[in-house]
Write a protein of this length. Sequence first.
Length: 229
Amino acid sequence: MLPDLIHGVMINGIGLFKKEAKYINDHFPTLAYAEEENGHPFIYGEILLTDPENELLDSYLIKIVPTDNYPLSFPKVFERGGRIPINVDWHVFPDGHCCLMSIPQETLTCKKGITLVWFIEQEVIPYFYNQKHRELFGYFLKERSHGNKGHIEFFQEKFNTTDLDFIVKMLHFIAKKKEPKNTDKCFCGGTSKYKKCHRTLYREFQLFDTGEILLYVKLIQKYIIAQGS
């Protein structure tokens, strides 16, 4: 796979992960850097969960491995202690890596690149807090469906509607990459001016490539057809 571009600079996902991972212990003393026999880097150790008084609540044994296009996608996280069942109900893929976020949300999150420290602090640790909540109370504190339904729920939350036909219409407009003027009526069809309606969401979704938007449009359309059959 060819290196990706971030801010016009060519990157190598595995190499960048390795560079950051070597210093991960400076930020998380219970995590360490290591390499497979083939030189493939990974992070291993314990994720510590603490209460508001910084007292230890629990810990999870984990392993983090890079993806080829890191930092434009999340590394893969594996729970290594056997505490979390490997099934979609627990947001774990069949190969054992954790489902941290829906694909469209991850794509947006990583568009400008992420760092390992940010990833562990903002995504990995909250994920295991949620798993701990599930262990204690039988349900996740915050949960989105797994798979394509979860991707669709992401767009429903963003557009604040369950009307999938409306979401398809909105995404088609955004895919054209022709932003309205601030004083124009919003492209959603409402009476508010664009700057006071969907401007923030439009600009956020401009981070998607046109092809990515149209891919999600097809996904939603297939879901609509399946629901009607």
